[in-house]
Design a protein around this ligand. Structure first.
Ligand code: FE
Ligand code: CA
Length: 525
């Protein structure tokens, strides 16, 4: 099959020049061949004294066996410098990579100073990696005055160029947050309307296939730019494994027998591909991904796992659990014994609420949280008005418990970040979604897709009068969200790129909002 070459090196260099990063070490990479460093570098999971730095050695990144062209252990050296990268390394070390983890490198750097940027790179097999930039958290007790996040979701490789990722890097945020559908396991059947193809066209199901899929995405220069220049906080949604999967259950009931193995392969490849800590490695068939970060006294950033612990989808039809619209006749949907997060994660989250003392409580997760009464066809093809089973609307008891816990603990300024729905949403999360006069408990900003197809606009727009807690909705654009918190307010920008089929797409603000400290709810700005 034909694979169109990733966007060119010059874009990467150009992006760096625009950012005004210190010239010397960054320019050096112009002469550096990729060698085994074809997948770039990344940092993630910040702490006040360090972060994870990541790379994966892959001189032949799309090798059929998923091992990137290597078959035996390889030693890697890593170096961390003061921001800008000049002078002697502040920290360095060796690590041995192994084919067992596809020569991925996860170094948990510690002993650094809080609240600042550092530079890092790797050396292996006689080659030197790109330089990356990483940021520690402020001390938990620090009076932090500003936090800038960018966040994104849903980047189908075939549907567009990753210009939005390049523009996210140019925002120069403190952290970049990935909310899921970072890869897609499926490919389109026909090439019409695609800008490039996946490395294989059947659904990804084995470890070798998942490794190659992540490698293909990581060869993209715009995604490499974002990872090299920002420290990431990541969670997942469904397409890291399979469309609309939950727990150990497939969207196709007759595929349930294969799901534990598919999930295990997908989770292993996710760990290898992402700058997460060793605590998030695969153990058995399980990955610990819900966790939290504290940005001084200004903000808690809590990261949820919306997929691994789900109760089975409500009211499946004809052997299919795939998301669909159900009416109020589906009583299973309301069962309080069902959970979207699993009861252990719910308890962990609500305990965090009880202890939180930061000005902002940011919850990063995969989906639209707000209730949305929508119209469409049910599985039998009848026109119905109802609720989407794959999202929070499919697990309203979990949402009720979440909002009740926020109220009960008087959680300060909860703001939920989400993705999955490939459209921009600003909503107010109500104590009772059926009563517009009930309290607004939290504020929600859902980002559109980086490239993936959005839903048709009109069917959702038609239902807005019945969903007055939705303050802004738009489908049809692609991009990301910028959220900047200060002690007074959080400002939020929905950023849309000009054209996902243009590798040089520009970006503009589609809409901006404010949330004031002490006043949950969306203020148009
Ligand atoms: Fe998606
Ligand atoms: Ca999704």
């Amino acid at each position: 099959m034909t694979i169109i070459a990733p966007s060119r090196r010059q874009i990467w260099i150009g992006g760096l020049a625009l950012a005004g990063a210190s010239a010397l070490p960054w320019r050096a990479l112009a002469q550096t061949p990729d060698g085994p460093f074809t997948l770039g570098v990344a940092s993630g999971d910040p702490a006040p004294d360090g972060f994870v730095i990541w790379t994966r050695l892959a001189p032949d990144p799309l090798a059929e066996d998923g091992l990137g062209g290597l078959s035996s252990p390889v030693k890697v050296r890593w170096f961390v410098y003061a921001d800008g990268g000049t002078g002697a390394p502040l920290a360095q070390g060796d690590i041995e990579t192994s084919p067992l983890s596809a020569h991925s490198v996860h170094v948990e750097v510690s002993g650094l100073m809080p609240d600042r940027f550092y530079t890092y790179h790797f050396e292996a097999l006689g080659a030197r990696s790109q330089m990356g930039r990483a940021r520690t958290l402020p001390l938990p007790t620090a009076k932090a005055t500003r936090l800038k996040l960018v966040y994104a979701s849903c980047s189908h490789y075939e549907k567009g160029w990753f210009s939005a990722y390049r523009h996210m890097a140019d925002e120069d945020p403190d952290y970049s947050v990935f909310l899921g559908d970072y890869i897609y396991e499926y490919s389109y059947k026909k090439a019409d309307g695609l800008v490039r193809r996946h490395e294989q066209l059947g659904d990804v199901r084995t470890l070798a296939q998942f490794r190659r899929r992540y490698a293909l995405y990581h060869m993209d220069r715009d995604l490499q730019t974002l990872h090299a220049r920002t420290t990431s906080i990541v969670t997942w949604d469904d397409h890291e494994v399979q469309n609309d999967y939950g727990g150990f259950l497939s969207e196709y009931m007759d595929d349930d027998v294969n799901m534990p193995a598919i999930r295990q392969a997908a989770y292993q490849a996710f760990y290898e591909a992402m700058p997460v800590r060793r605590t998030s490695r695969l153990i058995g068939t399980h990955v610990d991904l819900y966790r939290a970060f504290r940005f001084g006294n200004l903000a808690d950033i809590t990261v949820l796992d919306g997929r691994q612990y789900r109760s089975p989808a409500a009211c499946p039809v004809d052997g299919m659990r795939k998301g669909h619209i159900v009416t109020d006749a589906c009583l299973d949907r309301l069962d309080p014994k069902r959970s979207m997060l699993g009861f252990a994660q719910e308890k962990w989250l609500f305990n965090r609420f009880a202890r939180s003392d930061t000005t902002w409580n940011i919850i990063a997760q995969d989906l639209l949280v707000a209730s949305f009464t929508q119209s469409g066809k049910d599985r039998q093809g009848h026109d119905v008005i109802g609720h989407w089973t794959d999202g929070w609307d499919g697990y309203p008891a979990t949402r009720d418990r979440l909002l009740a816990a926020m109220q009960h603990t008087r959680l300060k300024n909860p703001v939920m970040l989400g993705g999955d729905i490939h459209s921009f949403w600003a909503t107010e999360l109500k104590a009772d979604f059926n009563n517009p006069r009930s309290a607004t408990v939290a504020t929600e900003f859902v980002g559109t897709s980086i490239t993936s197809d959005g839903p048709p606009r009109q069917p959702f727009a038609d239902r807005l009068p019945e969903n007055p807690h939705v303050k802004y909705f738009n489908s049809g654009t692609h991009g990301y969200v910028v959220a900047e918190a200060t002690p007074k307010a959080m400002s939020v920008r929905f950023q849309a790129i000009s054209d996902r089929t243009d590798p040089n797409a520009t970006v503009a603000t589609e809409r901006a909002f404010i949330v004031e400290n002490g006043h949950p709810g969306v203020v148009m700005s």
